[in-house]
Write a protein that binds this ligand. Sequence first.
Ligand SMILES: NC(=O)c1ccc[n+]([C@@H]2O[C@H](COP(=O)([O-])OP(=O)(O)OC[C@H]3O[C@@H](n4cnc5c(N)ncnc54)[C@H](OP(=O)(O)O)[C@@H]3O)[C@@H](O)[C@H]2O)c1
Length: 280
Amino acid sequence: MKLLVTGANGQLGKSFRDSVSLLSEYEWHFKSSSDLDITDKEAISILFDKEEFDYCINCAAYTAVDKAETNKEQAFLINSQALKYLAENCEKSNCVLIHVSTDFVFNGLKETAYTELDETNPINEYGKSKLQGEENVKKLCSKHYIIRTSWVYSNYGNNFLNTMVRLAKEREELNIVNDQFGTPTFAGDIAKAIVYIIQNNTGHYGVYHYSNEGETSWFGFAQAIFNYIGSKIKINPVSSNDYVTAAKRPKNSVLNKDKIKITFQLKIPHWKDSLEKIKL
Ligand SMILES: NC(=O)c1ccc[n+]([C@@H]2O[C@H](COP(=O)([O-])OP(=O)(O)OC[C@H]3O[C@@H](n4cnc5c(N)ncnc54)[C@H](OP(=O)(O)O)[C@@H]3O)[C@@H](O)[C@H]2O)c1
């Protein structure tokens, strides 16, 4: 079994590298952005002609949510157009495409957790580009899993956890938004869940939601991080109106995971348990 991981130097890509020991009998091909630019149609086609992949796990994305408001063209090129190239090549070579997407495809106005059947209606350019990418995957590749996730963190790269750990050393006080709700999700858990899906591929292709269990606000997440690292920093809960960003964020990002749990008999860790397993 040959597996291709694109965007292999991002936080999710690196978490896949950490998970390789779970599937060491398989042949892994990790491609960073410099090894394989997913917007390079020809390079993708050459690679797929050379190797017969069984799975392509797309971790490559334009993830700078605020910059996407002004750098729309680049966001759509990477998050949408490039998915056409990957999907077409997967379809041609009978390869399963596992594409990672986001809670930002929703507008966040629903009062309960979002299911896969809920209407999508992104409120920022990043969300719109990711939704268009999902549509390209659905249209062009019959064997696909689209895994929507939320609030991803790990030891790698820029994420909320690493930012809070850094700010705990630099500041005495912080304002953190407490009116956006979601579920922090450890990238290592997403990688393990995808590996589990590959091992237990039921052929029930389609869209699935995956995040850790439970829900909180950014303020609640920050509180848990500071407790975990034993920081005494003072944190003040503030509303989104007091913390203006270029891109609007959904108020509710909580994902309902019943479909993935039932289809694959998957057990999902609670976000607090996963946070407390991370080594900082
Ligand atoms: N982070 C979150 O909170 C979050 C939440 C929900 C969903 N997601 C989704 O989860 C997935 C993984 O995100 P992540 O947090 O791991 O993001 P990340 O750390 O920003 O990694 C994205 C990777 O994609 C690579 N990349 C960018 N353009 C590329 C191109 N043209 N060709 C090949 N690679 C390219 C980047 O490489 P360079 O560094 O070289 O540019 C980077 O290594 C994405 O689909 C994202 O939309 C993330």
